[in-house]
Design a protein around this ligand. Sequence first.
Ligand SMILES: NC(=O)c1ccc[n+]([C@@H]2O[C@H](COP(=O)([O-])OP(=O)(O)OC[C@H]3O[C@@H](n4cnc5c(N)ncnc54)[C@H](OP(=O)(O)O)[C@@H]3O)[C@@H](O)[C@H]2O)c1
Length: 366
Amino acid sequence: VNYDRVRPVPVILLGPGKVGRSLLDRILRRRDVLAQKDGLRLDLVAVDDGSACVLADEGRPLDAARLRAICDAKSDGRPLRGLFGAGPSGAWRSPDRLRGYSVRPIVVDSSAAENSAALLEARALGWRLVLANKSPLCGSLGSFRLLTAPGAAWEATVAAALPVVAVLTQLLAADDPPLQIRACVSGTLGFVASRLAEGVPLSHIVVEADALGYVEPDPRADLSGMDSARKALILARMMGLELDLDAVAVEGLYPAEWDGLSARDFLDRLPAQDAGLSGRAAAVAMSGRVLRYVITIEEGQVRAGLEDLAPTDALARAPASDSIVVMRSKVFDAQPLVLSGRGGGPAGTASCVYGDLVALARELRR
Ligand SMILES: NC(=O)c1ccc[n+]([C@@H]2O[C@H](COP(=O)([O-])OP(=O)(O)OC[C@H]3O[C@@H](n4cnc5c(N)ncnc54)[C@H](OP(=O)(O)O)[C@@H]3O)[C@@H](O)[C@H]2O)c1
């Protein structure tokens, strides 16, 4: 590969977690292919984990050895603070590392932080943005619009690698907006719903899911339904609904007051939810129906909650841990448009983020 003929594109990574590290690995492994096929080179100029920001030397991107050292540190649970004399978190906004590049950088946010202010600043400078992080798109409507203006990509925020955002974008461009979207977009809640139906109590399912690596360290992120609600809000806002997160009717699998508890106390209390949910699941199973956690967008309203579905319903027929999205529009009327598959997990999500990143970088080609 003749690297003199490729266009270097500076990339800033926020959040070198499971997804971020898998992305770095992919960038390193695809380097030659990207140069050959697209005439592009993705140069990491900064990696920030919220504790510190490792910056490239001026004019020299972070090389494979430094990127691997960053990944090793984060996999071992160590902060970037103290690594290679890393600078303060947020230092990626300093433009001197970008000297020598003829194009503006692409910021990839694969953290779970509320980063809106910094991302808005970057957008105001004309920097491009790839999001796996849903949080910034669930703040004010004004920030949603600025963050999703041309030059941004956020496919991984909804159902990870399943190309829901791309399909919805196409339907909207075709002026065939969905009249209804119903979806199961939480692998964890799908697993919970199917195990409840098999008679396993919620508190046991959470232990099982943890052992399988399905849940976050604090399972409330999933069990509150807020992760699904955020995905629903992003789709609804793309459809032009002027809603905030608190307008989404969300059913959590535990009382809202428990949000104030420590993670330990929460897990200790969880068995109190077992009887109610198991009874509900048993009644649904007895009636021959299927329990699923469903998001629905229709007639300007958005909701997320447990539903008992007819066994013929597409949402009920898909494997419980898969994502499935069913859209009805004027064109997709009698037979709705259905997207389904797994595509989650760090590697699938990173592949989706990489796809967004390359698509934006291609726009910057000579
Ligand atoms: N995993 C999936 O399958 C999947 C699928 C779709 C979307 N997503 C989304 O992708 C994002 C990353 O997921 P993940 O599974 O990789 O989570 P993760 O392993 O917890 O990674 C998050 C990373 O962000 C870092 N971080 C914390 N605060 C930060 C800040 N203020 N600025 C920059 N970085 C910060 C964390 O550092 P510390 O470890 O030091 O705290 C960690 O390295 C999340 O928003 C998630 O919702 C994940």
